[in-house]
Ligand binder design. Sequence first.
Ligand SMILES: *Cc1c(COP(=O)(O)O)cnc(C)c1O
Length: 386
Amino acid sequence: MNSPKPPLTIEISKSAIIHNINFVRQLIGEDVTYGSVVKGNAYGHGIEIYCKVSFEAGVKQFCTYTAHEAYRVWKVTNGKADILIMGYIDRKDLEWIIENQLEFFVFEKNRLADAIQIAKRIDKKALVHVEIETGMNRTGFPISELDDVFSLIQANQRYIKAKGICTHFAGAESIMNHPRVKKQQSKFNEVLMLLKKQNQLPKLIHSACSAAAIIYPKSIHNMVRIGIMQYGFYPNMETLINYRNKENKIEIEPKRVLSWKSSVMDIKEVKSGEFIGYGTSYLTNVPTKIAIIPVGYALGLDRNLSNLGKVLIRGQRLNIIGTINMNAVTVNITNAEDIALGDEVVLIGEQGDLEISVSSFSDLGNLPSYELLTRLPSEIPRVIVE
Ligand SMILES: *Cc1c(COP(=O)(O)O)cnc(C)c1O
């Protein structure tokens, strides 16, 4: 027997992935290294599917947050892609990483010392990107430690190479953070100048995420780390407006890659004056026809969309009523035409002439698209469509 199908299908559009790669390429220029950020299960799209398609389409460098994610990228690209781990590594995984020439951020001295020690033991060279603390106050070496860091790297050249130098901005997408980001940029530039003078400047220089690549083009240097935009979204409304107002902008825009679809599980009629579902959040004031869809917050449908969200069925935009349950949601179909059991329900995506975007979802639920996407459970199969 075929194993039973989950009640939610996530479709990944191959042509949209390729379109967005072109968009990023045009935005950053041909000579800049495109680091494709695939942390958070490729922002909910599925690391395996996303990396396979984009690697075949010419993306060579992937950035993950953990060694665990890096392992998945490594597997699906048969060890052929360049992989950069930006965050968590358990010490016992360093040997595999160095052996297979994966690259990783160093931001504190223990990891640096461990890397050198393990590289010596297995007689390989550890490839690191030195992360600088410029004001985000997350990871990164403080500038006061850089002399020591680069002396140590210099003294162990056979076993370690600083392939890159980098920093990360504390919210480049928002004008509110502008002074802070500017300060970070100038701190980073000072470090670059200093290292250049000492002839120690690593080859790859990177600071830009999606928002910075648009709002602070100077932060692009010769490598970027692009996440959200390659999945078809601007980081937020401000970035979208900034991009559309650019004088010499490129003509294309990112396209949504993913769609969510389910189906109508049950239909029934409810009298006027009845509450729908748990509690008392929706009271019918006319005889009401409802459809039950077997998707709830356990599958990533944000509970904040209770009584607010919309879905598409048979090309009609219909309201979610009542609270979203763990596994089900109710839709008001009183004024809709021809709805039958088994009909396709679009939660995000297109149907007929209508579309439900991720941002309409995330704005209503007051949830950034980043969070909405990464809440999609990884066990739901992702299927590729053209
Ligand atoms: C997530 C992340 C990025 C990518 O950010 P987007 O806004 O999705 O482009 C870049 N760099 C680091 C260090 C990150 O953690």
